[in-house]
Design a binder for this molecule. Structure first.
Ligand code: IVH
Length: 676
């Protein structure tokens, strides 16, 4: 018996290793060595062995890719380091500006860049602890993401464990970031299958990838043709590299899929040439890309440049031009938004723009209509750029035949018939009745939307119905909803009611930027919400802030400051906020960051030393810091105030740069100690 077990154990181990390798050859290298039938035969044998002897399975066995039993809801997890976004450039001039900016900051004329296709998919982060994939998350709001580990494990090009080679040891901790995509052909086949099964089709490969990753049942995800290309790292312990291109080389040895169109060692002029090449190749690529990402290659330079609020200074996305098509305007209707703004919307003869059917486009306001002389029945050029709402670029006047009708904005609110006013200095007409049902609905739709409380299953239609049936009137009412009353609604199954209650429950924990965004304050989008959260750290502080304090924030204008202040001083809003907190809405507070300007006095500061100091020993440095009332701490976190980087600093310096924590060298450190 013992002998059979040992033989079987060996067979299982051999099969696991061989299948992992064949899987990699097929899904990453696109160069299989064996037939699909042979692969299936080996896999079935391994499944049979592991089923009979579960102890012979391992957490990274290729059999684990079939999916796990469904979960009730996704858990949230804070990213170790924020997942940033990128600044955009739209022409060569923007790229040259970027180049001049970074060259000047670095005092380096001959900078070298790495250029990568900007993949149009869904960002994920993969955490490997001692080589084993232990956590996978979505980007979420960049600070907190959703845990989708089981779903990600089903993606064949994601290594379940890091491949060991003689080149590198296995790092103790490694977070790899990448983009999950679906190839065009697979996307077409998936939609065809869905049509056949009477299921709604996906609008584009990115939506299909996002929808597949957000399945509560990972066995469904396992059936979706998902792929990944990795493009960066989060927090890293136990791995050294000097450049982004070197990181890619290391990731490749671990068996990650690195995009073949990445070019390094490029001057800015070569970057611009590569852009043209990429643009030409774009249509013939098997997957969709929406631009090129350009990064300063040297890690030391990246650290020196650091990050701004939401994006690194060392990278830029050079976007491809938007896709345009012509169509006709069938009618123009007027929508009332959550702040009462009346927005004219063009109803279009449906047209496919960049793979997505477009049947509406915003016309913004009456000035815009007048400026472009847009009329009903006009033939127009429409444009869609990525996620942006489609817009009318211009009227094709030569196509006019006399049937066109001028459009006039209504004199009263089309929903509540209340008074409309044009606010001084603004182009928009506004319905000034704050309890206009349209505004009420829109505010709630916004509150539960993706950037806000992100309540699954609570879409526009259901919100409208709940408001109409008087089941909700304010934000807080959402948290008073009961399953039985929901289930009693028309066309609401018991299960959906249960799921909705569960989704509401999960949404209770929310990051501060999302919470602020969800409130739908005038002029306060995701960016402003993030800035406010960065500065005030808690709702309590924000509620107490005066206009001047808010207006002081870099990036917040007077209009936003006034709107934010007005919002929080309103007694009705205060009551709703109190109700939300009373109903257990829990705001995850953002940690206080170090001041980036000027030299902070050392008293009470948490300081990390990394690398070798030349003019003093570590214990001397520690003593000096203690004398100055500072605290020497060993690891960098968002609570760290200052990092002193000596010679050959390690990953602590990277982490500090990512977190936007002030980094100084030994000379600056010495003078800081002297000034104390
Ligand atoms: S780097 C700090 N590289 O674009 C830099 N991002 O707008 C962070 N993306 O969320 C991103 N291809 O989902 C990077 N080669 C690439 C990319 C890429 C696609 C996406 C990614 C990110 C978004 C940033």
């Amino acid at each position: 018996m013992a002998l059979i077990d040992r033989k079987l154990a060996q067979e299982a181990a051999d099969l696991q290793k061989a299948l992992t390798r064949h899987n990699y050859r097929y899904h990453v290298l696109d160069d299989p060595e064996i037939s699909d039938a042979e692969y299936d035969r080996m896999m079935n044998r391994l499944i049979a062995i592991e089923e009979e002897y579960p102890s012979l399975s391992s957490p990274d066995s290729p059999t684990r890719r079939v999916g796990a039993p469904p979960v009730e809801a996704f858990e949230s997890a804070a990213h170790t380091l924020p997942m940033l976004s990128l600044d955009n450039g739209f022409n060569d001039g923007d790229l040259m500006d970027f180049h001049h900016r970074v060259s000047k900051l670095l005092l380096e004329k001959n900078l070298l860049y790495i250029a990568e296709p900007k993949l149009d998919g869904v960002a994920v982060e993969l955490r490997y602890e001692n080589g084993l994939l232990t956590l996978a998350t979505t980007r979420g709001d960049g600070i907190v993401g959703e845990v989708i580990t089981e779903n990600v494990k089903t993606i064949r090009s994601v290594p379940l464990s890091l491949f060991k080679t003689e080149h590198h040891g296995i790092p103790e901790f490694l977070e790899v970031r990448g983009e999950v995509i679906i190839n065009r052909e697979d996307f077409a086949a998936l939609n065809q299958y869905r049509l056949k099964m009477d299921q709604p089709v996906f609008a584009n490969p990115r939506n299909a990838a996002a929808g597949s990753l957000r399945q509560l049942d990972s066995r469904i995800t396992a059936k979706r043709p998902l792929n990944i290309f990795v493009y960066g790292a989060g927090s890293v312990k136990g791995l050294e590299y000097a450049s982004h291109s070197e990181l890619f080389k290391i990731l490749q040895t671990f068996n990650f899929a690195v995009n073949p169109l990445i070019r390094d060692n490029l001057t800015i002029h070569e970057v611009l040439e590569h852009y043209k090449e990429l643009e030409q190749k774009r249509k013939s690529l098997p997957y969709e890309i929406d631009g090129m990402v350009v990064k300063v290659d040297s890690l030391a330079y990246q650290q020196q440049l650091g990050i701004k609020k939401r994006s690194p200074r060392w990278a830029i996305a050079y976007k491809f031009p938007a896709v345009q098509e012509t169509t006709t305007i069938v009618d123009i209707l007027v929508q009332v938004g959550r702040t009462g703004t009346l927005t004219p919307i063009a109803l279009l003869e449906p047209v496919k723009v960049g793979g997505v059917i477009v049947s509406r486009a915003t016309l913004h306001n009456e000035d815009e209509i007048a400026k472009k002389d847009i009329r009903i029945n006009d033939t127009v050029l429409v444009e869609r750029a990525g996620d942006v709402i489609p817009k009318v670029v211009k009227v094709i006047e030569s196509m006019r035949n006399g049937s066109e009708k001028k459009f006039v904005m209504p004199k009263a609110c089309p929903v509540c018939a209340g008074e409309v006013k044009r606010i001084r200095g603004e182009a928009a007409l506004k319905c000034i009745n704050a309890s206009c049902p349209a505004q009420r609905k829109e505010r709630i739709v916004h509150f539960v939307s993706k950037g806000g409380f992100d309540i699954d299953g609570l879409g526009r239609k259901l919100v409208e119905k709940l408001v109409e049936e008087k089941m909700i009137a304010s934000f807080a009412d959402i948290f008073y909803l009961e399953k039985d009353r929901l289930a009693a609604m028309d066309r609401m199954a018991d299960k959906s009611a249960g799921n909705l209650i569960q989704a509401i429950e999960t949404s209770r924990k929310i990051s501060l930027p999302r919470f602020i965004f969800a409130l739908g304050i005038d002029h306060t989008g995701e960016n402003a919400a993030a800035l406010l959260a960065d500065v005030f750290h808690s709702l309590e502080n924000l509620r107490k802030a005066d206009v001047a304090e808010i207006e002081k924030i870099d990036g917040i204008g007077p209009k936003t400051a006034a709107a934010v202040h007005d919002f929080f001083v309103s007694p009705e809003n205060a009551a709703v906020l109190d109700q939300l907190l009373a109903k257990g809405v829990e705001i995850l507070e953002t940690k206080k960051k170090a001041d980036n300007q000027g030299s902070p006095p050392l008293k009470g500061k948490r300081i990390v030393l990394t690398g070798k100091l030349e003019t003093m020993t570590r214990s001397e440095a520690k003593k000096a810091l203690e004398n100055a009332g500072a605290k020497l701490v060993s690891s960098v976190s968002s609570k760290t105030d200052l990092v002193v980087a000596g010679k050959s600093p390690g990953s602590k310096r990277d982490k500090a740069a990512y977190l936007g924590i002030k980094i100084i060298d030994e000379t600056a450190f010495s003078s800081l100690l002297k000034s104390e």
